[in-house]
Design a protein around this ligand. Structure first.
Ligand SMILES: NC(=O)c1ccc[n+]([C@@H]2O[C@H](COP(=O)([O-])OP(=O)(O)OC[C@H]3O[C@@H](n4cnc5c(N)ncnc54)[C@H](O)[C@@H]3O)[C@@H](O)[C@H]2O)c1
Length: 357
């Protein structure tokens, strides 16, 4: 039996709790979070013996095998490092950390203490992303020389007065919040090339002006709270395979109907386009190629049932049980954090930033 403690009671924490609780041979025994009513409610519903308001008490529990982190971004690093040092395996929400230095310490802790460190990249588990990857592996589209990857929202700042818009607690805005998913799906589709250089800009105009809140009531309020982060980030990446990526993430913008995610891969012999408006489950993929001089467009009938978190968490549990943990020390997540960190540095310094190899 694997014994799990979950930190966080929001959307992410609740998803972790229900996902772990649904796996045979896994028992959630502890939960931590500040919202005392919700803590008691979930504790009763899932019959949890240990409830805490602070993560430190949960990590100190002697019999835990796994700590699952679903807190504001700034807490990912201290909780993970403490849990790994205490001999627990760690499942962590995206982003792995606020910056490269923190992420590298977490990966090192997983290696030093010989434990698994895995990050919740649930978007790559979408059935359409998985199908596109299989198509690229089996059919191919020739050399992919350029890609475009975006997540755009009309009005999707998660909370104008919450930790999400605090630089200290979140590390950034739209880029560090939505960017990890798009970047992860893109690098997965491309077969894990490395990003070697980035040139980025960020803007926080709409949030500072009081526009763009996901909750429209907040938007109408005169005090929009402190908005210390960006609501738009746009970047050009250079990859080690010689290809390039145009990458753009917005929490808010006046040219989007609602919300959409898109990834376009431009190959010499064909192309792949994933376009997901409003979290659509169907008709999200197009494959383009040229057959005997005739333009052909494929429209695969791939349905996305949703619920990708349970799949990622089941894979994490499988990795823990597998016992061969070297491929599960958070290295992929470290690279993603390094890319986003480089984007922030590039935007701050107004120049291209190269990533250390
Ligand atoms: N993978 C995804 O699709 C996805 C979706 C949503 C959020 N997230 C990520 O999950 C994380 C949490 O996001 P959320 O939307 O659930 O946030 P949230 O604000 O709703 O929840 C955060 C939780 O952390 C708890 N917390 C804060 N400080 C604590 C402390 N010292 N000790 C114990 N608990 C503490 C809070 O009480 C709260 O329950 C973020 O990193 C976010 O990026 C990922």
């Amino acid at each position: 039996m694997l014994r799990v403690g979950v930190v966080g009671l929001g959307y992410a924490g609740t998803t972790h709790l229900t996902s772990f609780a649904g796996i045979p041979g896994v028992q959630v025994v502890a939960l931590a979070g500040k919202e005392t009513d919700r803590l008691a409610l979930l504790g009763a519903e899932y019959n949890l013996p240990h409830l805490f308001e602070d993560w430190e008490e949960l990590v100190a529990l002697p019999d835990l095998d796994i700590v699952s982190i679903a807190t504001p971004n700034a807490l990912h690093h201290p909780i993970a490092v403490a849990a790994l040092a205490a001999g627990k395996h760690v499942f962590c929400e995206k982003p792995l950390a606020l910056d490269t230095a923190q992420a590298a310490e977490m990966v090192q802790a997983a290696k030093t203490h010989d434990r698994v460190l895995e990050v919740a990249f649930n978007h790559r588990r979408r059935a359409d992303v998985q199908f596109a990857r299989r198509y690229l592996e089996t059919e191919g589209i020739g050399r992919i020389y350029h890609s475009r990857a975006t997540w755009k929202r009309r009005s999707g700042i998660p909370g104008l007065r919450s930790w999400f818009t605090s630089k200290t607690m979140a590390g950034g805005g739209a880029l560090i919040d939505l960017g990890p998913h798009v970047l992860d799906s893109l690098l997965f589709l491309l077969g894990e090339p490395r990003v070697v250089a980035v040139s980025a800009v960020t803007h926080g105009e709409l949030g500072r002006a009081g526009y763009g809140a996901m909750n429209r009531q907040e938007q109408m309020a005169s005090d929009t709270g402190s908005f210390e982060v960006e609501d738009l980030a746009s970047a050009l990446f250079r990859l080690d395979d010689g290809s390039s990526v145009a990458f753009e993430i917005t929490w808010a913008g006046h040219t989007v109907d609602d919300e959409d995610i898109s990834i376009e891969l431009l190959g010499v012999d064909g192309g792949v386009r994933l376009f997901v408006p409003r979290y659509a489950s169907d008709d999200t993929l197009r494959m383009y190629r040229d057959v005997d001089g005739v333009a052909v467009t494929l429209t695969p009938e791939v349905h996305v049932p949703g619920g990708e978190h349970p799949i990622v968490i089941a894979e994490f549990v499988e990795a823990v049980r597998g016992g061969d943990w070297d491929a599960h020390r958070g290295d992929f997540a470290l690279h993603r954090t390094a890319v986003l960190d480089a984007c922030y540095r590039s935007a701050d310094e107004g120049r291209e930033v190269r990533l250390e190899s």
